[in-house]
Design a protein around this ligand. Structure first.
Ligand code: FAD
Length: 288
C-alpha cells in the first residue's frame, strides 16, 4: 500500500519498525541475526518496516539486501530510507529506479549527514527539499520525510525546522516520522506549532524502547535528544541487569506510546535497533 492509503486516518494506530544494516565485525552472522529478528517483526503485521541508508551510499548493498529480504521473501511492506548528501543526480536516479523495479511504493526522503570518511562527495543536493523536487521529475514513489520535535541539532530554531517541514508537506510528503524523543511534552508542543503552520500530514512519533543504559547514554549524546534526570535515574537503577533494563525499557515506552496515542498520534514508529522483542512487547501492552 502507498503511504497515503496506510495513513488515511482509518487504520490508526499504525505501527512501523525501523531497522538498519549491521556494521562492524562478523557481518554475515549479524545479517543472519537480523533476518531472524525481521521474521519476528513481520509476525506483528506492521504497516511498514523501514530500512536506513548510509549517507553517500556507504552501506547501499547491505541496505538493498535487507530491503529484498523483506520485500521478496518475507513479503513485508518496506520503506527504504534514502539520503542524497554526497550523491550525484545520476546515481540517485539509478538507485531509485532499482527500488521501484522491486515493486516498492514508498521511501523516506532525507538529506543525511556528510560522512567524514568518503573519497568523493558530490554537491548536487544540499537538502531533502532538493532531493524531493528532483525525485518528482521521474519517480512515482510516495515519500515521507523526517521531523524534529526537539529541533534539528544544526537548525537555527525550531521555527526554521517547522518552516522546512511545511515546505516538504507542500511538495507532497504524505507523512513525517520524528527523531526519537523521551519527553512527550516536546512532541505535543511541536505538533501544535505544526498545526498552526498549516501542516496537515500525520506526524508519527519515533519511539526507542531502551534496552541498555550505555546505549541510551550514547544515543542521547549523538542525537542531542533531551532526557529528564528522572528518566536517566529510572534507567540507571537497572543498568547492571540486561534483562531488567529491557523490561524497564518496555514499561517506559509502553507508557510513552499510550499517552502519544491518547494525544492523537496516528501511529508509532519504533526505533528497534534491530531487536524485535521490546517493540513487539510494547505493541502488545498498548493494544491489549
Ligand atoms: P533537511 O530536511 O534538509 O534538514 C532538516 C532540518 O535541519 C531543516 O529543518 C534545517 O532547519 C536543519 N538543518 C539541517 N542542516 C543544517 C545546517 N547545516 N545548518 C542549519 N540548519 C540545518 N540519516 C541517515 O544517514 N540515514 C538514514 O537512514 C536516516 N534516517 C532517518 C530517519 C528519521 C525518521 C530521522 C528523523 C532522521 C534520519 N536520519 C538518517 C538523519 C538525517 O539524515 C539527519 O538528521 C540530517 O542531518 C537531516 O536530514 P533531513 O532529511 O531532515 O534534512
Amino acid at each position: 500500500m502507498r503511504l497515503s492509503e496506510i495513513y488515511n486516518g482509518k487504520n490508526a494506530p499504525v505501527f512501523s519498525f525501523e531497522v538498519f544494516p549491521p556494521k562492524g565485525e562478523n557481518p554475515d552472522k549479524k545479517m543472519e541475526n537480523l533476518f531472524c529478528e525481521l521474521k519476528t517483526l513481520a509476525e506483528q503485521k506492521p504497516a511498514l518496516i523501514s530500512v536506513t541508508y548510509g549517507a553517500g551510499g556507504s552501506n547501499r548493498d547491505t541496505s538493498l539486501e535487507i530491503i529484498k529480504e523483506l520485500n521478496n521473501r518475507l513479503k513485508q511492506p518496506v520503506m527504504p530510507h534514502f539520503t542524497c548528501v554526497c550523491s550525484s543526480r545520476e546515481y540517485i536516479k539509478k538507485y531509485i529506479e532499482e527500488i521501484e523495479s522491486l515493486g516498492i511504493l514508498n521511501i523516506l526522503a532525507l538529506r543525511g549527514d556528510e560522512p567524514q570518511d568518503i573519497d568523493v562527495c558530490y554537491r548536487d543536493f544540499k537538502s531533502a527539499l532538493e532531493l524531493i523536487e528532483y525525485l518528482k521529475n521521474f519517480s512515482e514513489l510516495e515519500f515521507s520525510v523526517a521531523a524534529y520535535p526537539e529541533k534539528h541539532p544544526k537548525a537555527q530554531s525550531l521555527e526554521d525546522d517547522i518552516d522546512v517541514l511545511k515546505k516538504k508537506c507542500d511538495l507532497g510528503a504524505k507523512v513525517a516520522f520524528t527523531q526519537l524523543f523521551f519527553k512527550n511534552e516536546n512532541y505535543y508542543k511541536f505538533f501544535d506549532k505544526c498545526i498552526k503552520k498549516g501542516i496537515d500530514i500525520p506526524i508519527i512519533p519515533g519511539v526507542l524502547p531502551v534496552a541498555s543504559f550505555s546505549q541510551l547514554s550514547r544515543i542521547v549524546e549523538l542525537s542531542g535528544t533531551q532526557i529528564e534526570t528522572k528518566t536517566v535515574e529510572y534507567f540507571e537503577k537497572y543498568k547492571d541487569s540486561k534483562e531488567d533494563t529491557i523490561k524497564a525499557g518496555i514499561d517506559f515506552a509502553s507508557g510513552q506510546c499510550q499517552k502519544l496515542l491518547e494525544f492523537g498520534a496516528e501511529g508509532i514508529h519504533f526505533y528497534t535497533l534491530n531487536k524485535a522483542l521490546s517493540s513487539c512487547e510494547v505493541i502488545k501492552n498498548i493494544t491489549s
